[in-house]
Design a protein around this ligand. Structure first.
Ligand code: ZN
Length: 82
């Protein structure tokens, strides 16, 4: 079953699923869930990367494909240039 991004006007296929809970003010971002669920939302990679939680909320990115520490890459590039 193919699922598409839940953002309006976005036709990309979903690659991540996000869930939120008011009680703990937390947003979870996971790899695309195997099953569709009424309380989860599917997002394409671009929208998942741009997802920002409301003020005071915590975003927990649990995607396996999430890139670790891009800051390190930027740092080494600068060092090589110098
Ligand atoms: Zn999208």
């Amino acid at each position: 079953m193919r699922r598409s991004c839940s953002r309006p006007a976005c036709a990309s296929s979903a690659s991540a699923t996000f869930t939120y809970e008011y009680r703990s003010s937390t947003v979870w971002l996971d790899d695309l869930a195997a099953e569709d669920h009424p309380s989860t939302y599917d997002l394409c990679a671009a929208h998942a990367d741009r997802l920002t939680p409301p003020q005071g909320w915590t975003l927990a990115d649990r995607r396996r494909s999430a890139r670790p520490t891009s800051l390190w890459d930027m740092g080494s590039g600068t060092a090589l240039a110098g």
